[in-house]
Design a protein around this ligand. Structure first.
Ligand code: IYR
Length: 243
């Protein structure tokens, strides 16, 4: 078995050389932790209890957050699994008040068009329980806006391009990691998607092949913040087990 493994590896190495491809390099998996059955069950229960406390918030305070918190959470997001490890994302972090004002202005312009004619009635009906409208003051109040861009390809300095794989799926997973990391640090988030979001490329000086994926508003909620009275689907509604 071992001999066969080595022979396969040798064939693979040869193939890589012939085709001028990078040879895979492997190191032992050392950081993975596993727990007793009881602890595993307990940890899964605890994580669910913790993450279900996260709510999308729209009432943000201007209470400051150390920049290092945002940096650590972005580093956590950057560990997400992704297509061919090409890491097809970019995080633009906005603290500057003038840039926030520019983003609010452009976003509210899109939202006014959305709520006053562009959105089909069915979409407006679906949004009704959330009580949202075109006014987005949180874009100026919250201490940080993080705009996450998804990159369909890399643009090299010499003008050539390298394709990324599963860019949107990868960026979605990284965004999930980011939201979970920010929640774990005690911060509230809002996934905001004024549509279309192309204005963000211009304001944030990002190249046109980077697609604004989501605008994440990050901060502490106000003391009197409220959230919509909505519930999540049950386990039976969202899953089935084939045993
Ligand atoms: N972008 C609008 C509308 C909106 C759309 C969806 I889908 C939401 O889950 C919430 C809002 C807004 O932010 O108001």
């Amino acid at each position: 078995m071992l001999r066969l493994y080595h022979r396969d590896k040798n064939v693979q190495r040869l193939q890589c050389k012939v085709q001028n491809m990078a040879e895979p390099q492997h190191i032992p998996l050392e950081d993975q932790r596993s727990y007793s059955i009881e602890e595993t069950v307990e940890r899964s229960r605890n994580f669910y209890q913790e993450i279900k406390r996260r709510r999308t918030v729209r009432d943000f305070s201007d209470r400051p957050i150390p920049r290092e918190v945002i940096e650590n959470c972005i580093l956590a997001a950057g560990t997400a699994p992704n297509g061919a490890n090409l890491q097809p994302w970019h995080f633009s972090v906005v603290e500057n008040p003038d840039v926030k004002t520019a983003i609010r202005k452009a976003a509210e312009q899109e939202e006014e068009a959305f709520y006053n004619g562009k959105a089909p009635q069915a979409w407006l009906d679906a949004l009704a329980p959330l009580g949202t409208d075109s006014s987005k003051p949180f874009l100026e109040i919250a201490p940080f806006l993080i705009v996450i861009f998804s990159k369909s390809h890399e643009q090299r300095d010499d003008g050539s391009t390298v394709k990324n794989y599963y860019a949107n799926e990868s960026t979605g997973i990284a965004t999930g990691f980011l939201i979970a990391a920010l929640h774990d640090a005690g911060l509230a988030t809002l996934t905001h998607t004024p549509s279309p979001m192309k204005f963000l490329n211009k304001i944030l000086h990002r190249p046109s092949h980077e697609r604004p994926f989501v605008l994440l508003v990050v901060g502490y909620p106000t003391e009197d913040a409220v959230v919509p009275a909505i519930s999540k689907k049950s386990l039976e509604e969202i899953s089935d087990f084939i045993d």
